[in-house]
Structures are given as structure tokens and as C-alpha cells.
Design a protein around this ligand. Structure first.
Ligand code: PXP
Length: 237
């Protein structure tokens, strides 16, 4: 079974556009859970242009499902995660000026750094996941960091799927099999949508969780959050 974690950064972005508290991020997260989502993901960035650190602190006590905090493990981020103690932390090598995440970790070059950060989070009982491109050597490197899971960066899949390329998930299938052999759990995210998630799920084994934000919130503009979430859940079962 693959769990759906909804990334609520876009709700915060909409709220921030007016400076007030509409839509209310906490209420949105609770509704998303009540509509059946199995997790809530947030990705606080240092400039807090989407979800804010204060939102993350306020969300923890009201959530009933798995809380996943993603981000680059700078000191402020580490302090936040260790205070909030989510179910999962996903480490992402965000560039300062990137609009959104645009690459996975080089798990070979940054192995000792990742080992250190992962060990610290795990010592607090937080499950760890690291964002990686679908390359077998990066999966092998990830296994050596001690992480519990990887998150496969699915942008390339989404682009190739939309273009109608043959076997758009091939690299992901291989990496998922390898990750499973190496004892890693498997998450996936970025540009997954109602159009492509079924194909991904059917072609990539051992998928524990997908985290979806941009497409899901966009689709909800037409269909409403409840219907949209229920359609994802159906496609993921
Ligand atoms: N996973 C990671 C690591 C991300 O940075 C993001 C975007 O913030 C997502 C998943 C979700 O991507 P999308 O918003 O395209 O669904």
C-alpha cells in the first residue's frame, strides 16, 4: 500500500499572497486529513516564502497522520525538526535561489555529511528519507548513509510521461528494486499528478509513500480537495 502525503506549501503560498490568515493552513491540513490523506508534508525554506517555521510548530500538535518535514538541513532547519519531532524528515539539497527542489543529493560526495545528520535525527526517533535522482549509484550511496528511506525525485519521470516517451519509469523501477534489496524504504515525489501517478505506482515496486503538492492543489481548484484526494487514494491502492 502506498501512502499519500499531501504537501501543503501551496496553501501557505496562497495565504501569504494577502498577508492575512486566509486560507488557514492548520484548518486546511485538518480537512486534508479528514478527506483521507495519510500524511501532511511541509517544506519550510529559509526565506519562509511558503510554509513558515511557526506554521510547522503549530501543525505538530493538531495532526493525526504522519508529519513529514522536508528541507535542507541548515542549523535552523535542524533545530526546528528536533523541536517538532515529526514522524519523518526528508533531506533535500535545496539551492538558495531555486523556485522548487531541482536535484537529488550526490550521496557519494556528501556521504559523511549525510551520515552525521541522519544519525542525529535517528537518535531522536525520527525516520529519515533523502531525496535522490533515479541513479543506481546514488541509491547505493544512500544505503551507506544509514537513512531509512529514499525519496525518488520524479520530475524526469513526469516530463517523459507527458511527452509520451516509451518506458518513462524504467530508471525508477530499477532503483526501487535496488533500494529494496539494500533494505531502504521508498518514497517518491515531484510533479506527480492525477494524470501520471497511476502509471508510476504500477511500474515502480515497493512504493511506501508519495508526497504531492502542486498538482493536487491545482486539481482541487476544479474538483475540490475532498474529491481530488479521494481520486488519488483510489489510484494508489
Ligand atoms: N518532494 C520534494 C523533496 C519536494 O521538494 C517537493 C516540492 O516541494 C515535492 C516532493 C512535491 O512536489 P510537487 O509540489 O511537484 O507535488
Amino acid at each position: 500500500m502506498t501512502k499519500l502525503s499531501v504537501n501543503i506549501n501551496k496553501i501557505a503560498t496562497l495565504r501569504n499572497a494577502r498577508g492575512g490568515d486566509v486560507p488557514n493552513v492548520l484548518e486546511a491540513a485538518q480537512k486534508i486529513e479528514s478527506f483521507g490523506a495519510e500524511g501532511i508534508t511541509v517544506h519550510p525554506r529559509p526565506d519562509e516564502r511558503h510554509i513558515r517555521y511557526a506554521d510547522v510548530r503549530a501543525l505538530k500538535p493538531i495532526l493525526k497522520t504522519e508529519f513529514n518535514i522536508e528541507g535542507k538541513p541548515i542549523q535552523d532547519f535542524k533545530n526546528l525538526v528536533l523541536k517538532v519531532l515529526p514522524a519523518q524528515v526528508t533531506l533535500v539539497p535545496d539551492a538558495e535561489d531555486a523556485i522548487t527542489s531541482n536535484s537529488g543529493w550526490d550521496t557519494i560526495k556528501h556521504k559523511s555529511y549525510l551520515q552525521e545528520v541522519i544519525e542525529e535525527f535517528k537518535s531522536y526517533g525520527i525516520r529519515t528519507s533523502i531525496f535522490v535522482d533515479p541513479q543506481e549509484k546514488m541509491i547505493e550511496g544512500a544505503a551507506e548513509t544509514g537513512t531509512d528511506r529514499i525519496e525518488l525525485y520524479t520530475e524526469a519521470f513526469a516530463v517523459n510521461y507527458a511527452k509520451g516517451e516509451p518506458n518513462p519509469a524504467m530508471a525508477y523501477t530499477k532503483c526501487a528494486k535496488l533500494a529494496n534489496e539494500l533494505g531502504l524504504g521508498i518514497n517518491a515525489g515531484h510533479d506527480l499528478s492525477l494524470d501520471n501517478v497511476k502509471y508510476f505506482k504500477e511500474n515502480v515496486p515497493y512504493l511506501d509513500e508519495v508526497s504531492i503538492g502542486h498538482a493536487l492543489i491545482s486539481e482541487a481548484l476544479y474538483m475540490g480537495l475532498e474529491k481530488t484526494i479521494q481520486r488519488y487514494l483510489k489510484l494508489l491502492k
